[in-house]
Design a protein around this ligand. Structure first.
Ligand SMILES: Nc1ncnc2c1ncn2[C@@H]1O[C@H](COP(=O)(O)OP(=O)(O)O)[C@@H](O)[C@H]1O
Ligand SMILES: [Mg+2]
Length: 490
């Protein structure tokens, strides 16, 4: 708690209030003191003059001691705090009526006296107090004339000790005390109010901080929900909202990462399995050939070699497809897009599969609706898409049926559709066929089974083209895969 925001704010505020209060008290006392000094000096300024007019205090440079005593006595009767000195024109004290040991200096400074007489400065003007050495007091002064010339001054120190008088001024004044009490009271009240406000505000911050700590302890996998006020959102609420957004995003990313990690692991398991199967067969046949070299007749040997060859081919194409997909996945593949005639590309691809189709007694045809559309795409990658789709259609269409590649063009796009009349895909399997290594159940003779990567590659390539693949299928009736490409760019 020692270093909490609340403590810091409170301590700072209290210091501020104490400082402000002290300054206020000091300023009030000081100005009041000065004011009382000014009043004293103003009221008493004629005193020296009255006194000098009474009797000749200096006569031919000699102090008239009895007269001085008399005058001092009289002045003190009027105002007990008045002390009277006789000084010459340079400030040397010529005489006074005080006990001799109480006067500690021989001269007083002439500067304030001159200012006082010239009335060149605002009151109060402070002069030396011979009884206290250098301490400044308000005074009154009047020149003493002899035959029209100034021969000295009557110097009257007014009032007691300066600070004493300030304190007394404050102590004596009821109004001043009330005023000060009011000011200090309001300051204290403001302090209490501010402390309460600070407490309320920092409590909300503390709450937020606790939630953050709780989240930290629970770990990244928790979907943490903060208690956020709906109305009157201030900075603290917005901080909470930002924190909540951050937590939600972290949670989502964490889940995405976990999902990715899971798929990656499955992928590795699938790759190992799919590579091992043909490799094991390949090894098995080659081993048999080596061991039973002399027992096998020519035809069997040929047969075994053909099977081994087929498995090695399968291994080869599986690895090639894996590489292809990895490259597409890596993200640093760049599309080599250009304008080309879609019809020409489709005819080229279909031609490559014509022999295969004839061997399977499947009719493979192209139908073009509308004009000969030019599209803007990566021709090599689109060729891969067509190859994969036609290859799938051929493998899943029984003899005697047909496959058609249809082209259509609209305002901005050309649509390519590969339609077969094969065995179709069960509804529950459709969402999975684009997954890596997915093979729909029991619809292929085992030695013809593909890699399960073809449609994943198709999907990826179309994603790179900002397009997508659609599939419609009906079990035992056929399947259609279709996608769109943008028409030739200007
Ligand atoms: N034209 C089609 N007719 C029926 N099933 C299909 C068709 N095309 C794809 N499939 C199903 O989708 C699965 C995934 O296809 P694909 O990713 O190309 O892998 P592969 O062809 O190597 O098996 C296939 O195993 C098959 O079950
Ligand atoms: Mg395939």
């Amino acid at each position: 708690m020692g270093s909490s925001l609340y403590t810091k704010l409170s301590v700072a505020l209290m210091l501020l209030v104490v400082l402000l209060g002290s300054a206020l008290v000091w300023i009030t006392s000081y100005t009041t003191g000065m004011y009382s000094q000014e009043v004293t000096q103003r009221l008493n300024s004629p005193i020296a003059m009255y006194v000098t007019n009474e009797q000749q205090l200096i006569h031919s440079g000699q102090v008239n001691k009895p007269a001085l005593q008399e005058l001092a006595h009289r002045a003190m009767t009027i105002n007990p705090s008045v002390e009277i000195y006789l000084i010459d024109t340079k400030g040397l004290i010529l005489g006074h009526a005080m006990p001799p040991e109480s006067v500690v200096v021989k001269t007083v400074s002439m500067e304030p006296i001159k200012k006082f007489l010239a009335e060149s400065e605002a009151l109060p003007i402070f002069g030396d107090d011979p009884r206290a050495g250098k301490e400044n007091k308000v005074f009154s002064v009047s020149p003493i004339l002899e035959d029209g010339a100034v021969v000295g001054y009557l110097y009257a120190v007014l009032g007691g000790q300066k600070y004493e008088s300030i304190r007394r001024a404050v102590e004596d004044s009821f109004i001043l005390q009330i005023g000060l009490a009011t000011v200090i009271g309001s300051l204290l009240l403001a302090l209490v109010a501010a402390l309460v406000i600070f407490f309320v505000l920092t409590r909300r911050l503390t709450g937020l901080q606790r939630s953050i700590e709780e989240f930290q302890q629970k770990g990244l996998s928790s979907n943490f929900v903060l208690d956020i006020r709906e109305s009157g959102q201030d900075e603290i609420d917005r901080l909470a909202v930002s924190f909540q957004t951050m937590v939600t995003r972290i949670h989502q990313q964490f889940e995405a990462l976990q999902h990715m990690d899971k798929t990656r692991r499955e992928l590795i398991a699938n790759v190992s399995h799919d590579l091992r199967t043909p490799l094991a067969s390949l090894q098995g046949y080659i081993e048999t050939l080596i061991i039973k070299k002399d027992e096998l007749d020519g035809a069997t040997r040929q047969h075994y070699l053909e099977i081994a060859y087929k498995h090695s081919n399968r291994l080869n194409s599986l690895i090639a497809e894996l590489f292809e997909l990895a490259k597409l996945d890596s993200g640093d593949i760049e599309l080599n897009s250009e304008n080309f005639s879609l019809v020409e590309l489709v005819y080229d691809c279909v031609q490559d599969y014509e022999l295969q189709a004839r061997n399977r007694s499947v009719r493979l045809s192209v139908q073009v609706d509308g004009e000969n559309p030019f599209v803007y795409a990566d021709i090599a990658l689109i060729q891969r898409v067509l190859q994969n789709l036609i290859d799938n259609a051929l493998r899943h269409t029984p003899p005697g049926r047909e496959i058609m590649v249809k082209l259509r063009d609209s305002e901005a796009n050309a649509t390519i559709e590969v339609i077969d009349t094969g065995k179709g895909i069960a509804k529950h399997e459709i969402p999975h066929i684009f997954e890596r290594f997915y093979h729909a159940k029991d619809n292929e003779p085992s030695e013809e089974i593909g890699s399960g990567l073809g449609l994943a590659i198709v999907k990826k390539i179309l994603e790179l083209h900002q397009s997508s693949i659609r599939v419609r299928s009906e079990l035992n009736h056929g399947t259609s895969f279709s996608f769109e490409l943008p028409l030739k760019s200007a």
